[in-house]
Write a protein that binds this ligand. Structure first.
Ligand SMILES: *Cc1c(COP(=O)(O)O)cnc(C)c1O
Length: 341
């Protein structure tokens, strides 16, 4: 099939409707068999649970064209597991076993012409999500749900080169202790919008959120986990029950240990020790790793030794290795690459 006539290298990270999406409905206690549709518009009750009480969750993953020309998806089983956890925490029905990966495969196949070619730097971003479409007025879980998965091509994240970020320590909190910080719920994002708009107004790229209970420990940013590198090359990532378990971050920890032979630690990270790290990066599906050059804590600047013009050396090696695995240039650990045929 011929690829769409798209300027792949100049795409941004934004929504572009593609040809088909997957839809499945949950009603009377059961899921239907699911189908593909060309209609990108959803219609629902004005009293839908998602509209009134935010009962919704989502996932995000990418399809790539590898060096050998295969179309692959990175670790979709991990997204399936995380969606299940999100649904359980939000009293939403769980998809039948295997249905998530099947929906991802169907969406990629139906939109084959939208999968960016190898070497373009672009990728196909897949957005599976579930929401309560049944009406609720008294606060309760809805009785009807819709699961959908669509895809949209997205451009290379580092267009025109890598630019390390400047982030600030936020006075807003992202997630409560024992709240919903560990699941991928839209509600965690709704309340972060004011904080990010404010950060941008003040000239910062992102917010560093601290643990809300003590405000002494590093948690994450609005949509990416932290990864630090110590001066003696230990890769450190914060441990907390209110951090969203990033699949990219968990994969990078494996890459650090098994491919680069580095020591890795997942532990509490104090804000006070951030000044001692050599490198800092933000991990997520969108960028894989965005390097952080400067962290500002209420006027006090912490400048990472890796500087403001490039990724630190360890961050770069982690980035190159993981993207090499995703693009099929480096052999992947068992089960990481899901080939779509
Ligand atoms: C999605 C998300 C991430 C990144 O997770 P990946 O699985 O690596 O894409 C990190 N933090 C938050 C809050 C997220 O929602």
């Amino acid at each position: 099939m011929e690829k769409k006539n798209v300027d792949w290298g100049n795409l941004s990270f934004s929504y572009m409707p593609t040809d088909e999406r997957y839809v499945s409905r949950f009603k009377d206690g059961a899921w239907d068999e699911g189908c593909m549709t060309k209609d990108p518009v959803v219609q629902m009750s004005e009293c839908a649970g998602v509209l009134q009480y935010c009962q919704a969750c989502f996932e995000g993953l990418k399809a790539y064209t590898t060096e050998k020309g295969q179309t692959v998806v990175f670790r979709p089983d991990m997204n399936a597991e995380r969606l299940k956890n999100s649904c359980e925490r939000l009293e939403m029905p769980v998809l039948p076993e295997g249905r998530f990966v099947e929906s991802v495969e169907k969406v990629v196949k139906a939109n084959w012409a939208w999968v960016p070619p190898y070497g373009s730097g672009a990728t196909l971003y897949i957005r599976p999500f579930m929401y309560a479409c049944g009406p609720v007025i008294g606060v309760a879980p809805a009785k009807e749900y819709e699961y959908r998965a669509f895809c949209t091509p997205v451009g290379p994240y580092f267009k025109g080169g890598v630019k390390p970020l400047t982030i600030r320590v936020s006075d807003f909190d992202r997630a409560a202790p024992r709240g919903t910080g560990h699941i991928k719920a839209g509600l965690n994002y709704a309340m972060s919008l004011h904080a990010i708009v404010d950060a941008h107004h003040q000239g910062f790229d992102e917010n560093m959120y601290l643990d809300p209970a003590t405000r002494t420990k590093v948690e994450e940013t609005g949509g990416a986990n932290f990864l630090f590198v110590t001066k003696d090359n230990v890769v450190v990532t914060p441990k907390s029950d209110s951090i969203l378990p990033s699949i990219t971050r968990r994969s990078l920890m494996v890459v650090a240990e098994k491919y680069l032979g580095l020591k890795v630690e997942q532990r509490e990270v104090l804000l006070d020790e951030v000044k001692d790290f050599a490198e800092c990066g933000l991990c997520g599906t969108a960028a894989v790793i965005s390097p952080v050059g400067k962290i500002v804590d209420h006027g006090k600047e912490i400048c990472l030794p890796s500087g403001m013009s490039d990724m630190g050396p360890v961050t770069k090696k982690l980035y190159d290795t993981l993207t090499g695995i995703q693009m099929g240039r480096i052999e992947a650990p068992e089960g990481w690459i899901h080939v779509i045929e």
